[in-house]
Design a protein around this ligand. Structure first.
Ligand code: NDP
Length: 324
């Protein structure tokens, strides 16, 4: 008889209530794949876009690409991993479940110094922070960076990594509690959203920032563009407040030869070498105590909908995880 396990399944797009807990068959690893028992699932904003129809997915749908756990079976041809190994991934499938599948080339070995719940909090957001500051725009020591949602999952990790690089970091947050967290992560200046572009100009003696990292989107895009120095770059990497409407390219001219890019993690994990480089750097930084992943909230797997509501309702700080 096929073994059963619990998983979150949505039959159609909609609000957080479409995420229901079901019994489903434990998946079987195909050639080159690993089956792992999920210890913790990383919840990410993209799953809210997939759930509510902003991004297209096939239903019935089990969300979740980020998780950590223990390998329990390997498919044909798997040589790099064995049963009992601790792994994490940012590119799994259907990870809102007790068991999930990942291709071996997308599995990341977890160092023994890193607990599995922390390992689940890292791959997607920390590798995002890594590519944003190393590859989309290579931040140099002494440069000034604007980073929105400074107390969020990506925000806290990217702030620490930018400070280790020697950059000056200006963040935005919505509450006093988030301001405190952003400061502890190393932010030099922490602003509220209202009037942030004028405040950034003042803080930079009228010059503007070298790069603005904007994962908030609709509500902040115009201010981010207005915060750049001549030839500065706006990196629009998400839309927590909604998607940005079409842009008149002439604004890049009048703003001072500006750059805008809209990156996504998949384009920065193009091959096993690139994936291994980013993963090794972030896991080593955690193992050596140079980078701290803050788990702001843990929800039981069955409460995935509540986790989405908390994330979309701006109630979370750092990482949100689900525990099967
Ligand atoms: P966060 O933990 O940062 O949560 C989102 C934060 O955005 C909130 O906590 C809130 O912080 C802020 N925010 C501002 N306005 C709103 C609003 N109207 N509704 C909800 N939140 C708002 O999430 P993540 O770290 O998981 O992701 C941050 C962004 O990065 C997302 O847009 C996500 O899609 C994107 N992302 C992109 C990737 C890529 O490769 N392109 C990869 C990973 C994430 P506050 O209350 O302080 O304003």
């Amino acid at each position: 008889m096929t073994q059963q396990c619990r998983a979150i399944v949505a039959d159609a797009s909609g609000g957080p209530e479409v995420l229901g807990l079901r019994e489903v068959p434990v998946p079987t690893p195909g050639p080159g794949q690993l089956l792992f028992q999920v210890a913790a699932v990383g919840v990410n904003f993209i799953e809210t876009y997939q759930r509510d129809g902003t991004y297209t997915v096939l239903f019935p749908f089990t969300p979740g690409s980020e998780a950590a756990g223990t390998v329990v079976a390997v498919g044909e041809g798997v040589e790099d991993f064995a049963v009992g190994d601790h792994i994490a991934t940012a590119e799994g499938r259907g990870c809102y479940a007790e068991y999930a599948i990942v291709d071996q080339d997308k599995a990341l070995p977890v160092p023994s110094a890193v607990p599995l719940d922390i390992a689940a909090a890292l791959p997607l957001q920390a590798m995002t922070a890594h590519y944003l500051m190393n590859s989309t725009y290579h931040v140099e020591p002494g440069q000034t960076v604007l980073l929105h949602a400074g107390a969020g999952g990506v925000g806290l990790l990217l702030t620490q990594m930018l400070k280790e690089r020697g950059a000056r970091v200006i963040t935005t947050v919505s509450t006093d509690e988030k301001e405190e967290l952003s400061r502890v992560a190393g932010a030099d200046e922490v602003l509220r959203y209202s009037g942030f572009a004028a405040a950034v100009r003042e803080l930079t003696d009228g010059v503007g920032v070298d790069v603005a990292y904007d994962g908030v989107g609709k509500d902040t895009f115009d201010g981010s563009l207005a915060s750049l120095r001549t030839r500065g770059m706006l990196v629009l990497f998400g839309g927590a407040s909604g998607q940005v409407p079409p842009l008149d390219l002439q604004r890049l001219n009048t703003g001072g030869s500006l750059f805008v890019t809209r990156p996504t993690l998949g384009s920065y994990l193009l091959n096993p070498q690139e994936r291994r480089w980013r993963a090794t750097e972030v896991f080593n930084a955690v193992a050596e105590g140079r980078l701290t992943a803050r788990i702001g909230a843990r929800f039981p797997l069955a409460e995935a909908g509540a986790a989405h509501s908390a994330l979309q309702g701006r109630k979370t700080t750092g990482k949100v995880i689900l525990v099967p």
